[in-house]
Design a protein around this ligand. Structure first.
Ligand code: OSB
Ligand code: MG
Length: 372
């Protein structure tokens, strides 16, 4: 694969409705669109870092700097024959996984376009359609939460995830169960907002037949999560704590979780995501694809990874219209039937990039040309 040019474009797009988690409220999303130029094709990916280092340590600005100063020069320094080599090439750098994943993902898209394969096929995905859920932020009050849950169930979403934090914990879950019954697929995501001191409260959640509780404890913990899992029946799912296959192995060995949420950005790319998938498959640990409020390009990458066989739980990859007035790809991501999205079959990510929308929201851009 010959890569002579990489473009970075940062865009800032308003979310259709604000999204609040235990770490803050977002009304817009910034993302860096990476374009990697081959001889005939362009590979695309989206960096999923946030404007603030509140989910992990990265921001759009740090990711841009890491790509510009280290990752793009490294990419230009060697000729690749397969995108699996990119994560190896980037392993000199500690962390900064979202920056790494953005470049690596664009190379994967380019490679699959060169091979004439869908990104899903290139990754070894076999699922033709995937079941999807929706992640609902912290709402101002229970009534508005119930209205949202009703709205998304109406659209057919196969899993409802609600964000919780101290003070917005049992009540929203109880209210949803009371209104919609004990059987709708429901889970909670705490984004690290609790500690083991909250054990009595977390134990109360066991009454509500939740599919799982996602990342209840610290973002960098696997030890206390194991203590927690031993004392509650609700399965613990790790998000923030898992950055690599190594992390997943340790968490599974310790009993820190029964389920893992895979985000391509958090684990440093598609190759690592696939390795975690394969390992969890072997260990009978169910996984699902998380989300970072991606625009269409990132969403397309999520659809491709979620087409691997062990993605058995509906993920957070909702349709474009759940987030955006207008997405950056054509066609937009829609459900083919209620709660189901078809995995694209065209080459690469399988969508056209809508440059008109990108131009509308662009805040910064730069091209990098290889000197080799
Ligand atoms: O913890 O899964 C999370 C969004 C931003 C940062 C972290 C998380 C989320 C979501 C939204 O839950 C998932 C989505 O709809 O993309
Ligand atoms: Mg999460």
């Amino acid at each position: 694969m010959i890569i002579r040019r990489v473009d970075l474009k940062q865009i800032k797009m308003p979310l259709k409705s604000s999204f609040e988690t235990s770490f803050g409220k977002m009304t817009y999303k910034e993302m860096i669109i990476v374009s990697v130029f081959g001889e005939e094709h362009i590979g695309y990916a989206e960096c999923v870092a946030m404007p603030f280092p509140i989910y992990n340590e990265e921001t759009n600005r740090t990711a841009w700097g890491m790509m510009e100063d280290f990752l793009i020069p490294k990419l230009f320094s060697r000729r690749l024959s397969h995108p699996d080599e990119v994560s190896q090439l980037f392993s000199f750098m500690r962390r900064n996984n979202m920056a790494k994943a953005a470049i690596e993902g664009a190379v994967w898209d380019l490679y699959s376009k060169q091979q004439g394969l869908s990104l899903s096929k290139a990754l070894g995905g076999e699922l033709k359609e995937i079941e999807v859920g929706v992640s609902i932020g912290i709402e101002d009050n229970v009534n508005s939460l119930l209205r949202k849950v009703d709205h998304f169930l109406e659209q057919g979403y196969k899993k409802v995830k609600v964000k919780i934090k101290p003070g917005w914990d049992i009540e929203p879950i109880r209210a949803i169960r009371e209104r919609f019954g004990m059987e709708i697929p429901l889970m909670a995501d705490a984004n690290s907002a609790f500690t083991l001191n909250d054990l009595p409260l977390l134990k109360q959640l066991d009454r509500y037949n939740l599919l799982m509780i996602e990342q209840p404890l610290a973002h960098d913990d696997i030890v206390y999560h194991a203590k927690l899992q031993a004392q509650i029946t609700t399965p613990v799912c790790l998000d923030e704590s898992i950055h690599s296959l190594e992390d997943a192995k340790k968490a599974i060995e310790l009993g820190s979780c029964k389920i893992i949420n895979i985000k391509i950005g958090r684990v440093g790319g598609l190759t690592e995501a696939k390795r975690i998938h394969d390992y969890c498959d072997e260990k009978n640990i169910p996984i699902w694809c998380g989300g970072m409020l991606e625009a269409g390009i990132g969403r397309a990458h999520n659809l491709a990874i979620a087409s691997l066989n062990n993605f058995l739980i509906p993920g957070d990859t909702s349709a474009s219209n759940r987030y955006w007035e207008e997405d950056i790809i054509l066609p937009e991501v829609t459900m083919s039937k209620p709660g189901v999205i078809s995995v694209p079959t065209k080459a690469g990510i399988g969508f056209e990039v809508n440059d008109k929308v990108i131009e509308k929201f662009i805040v910064k851009e730069r091209s990098y040309i290889s000197e080799y």
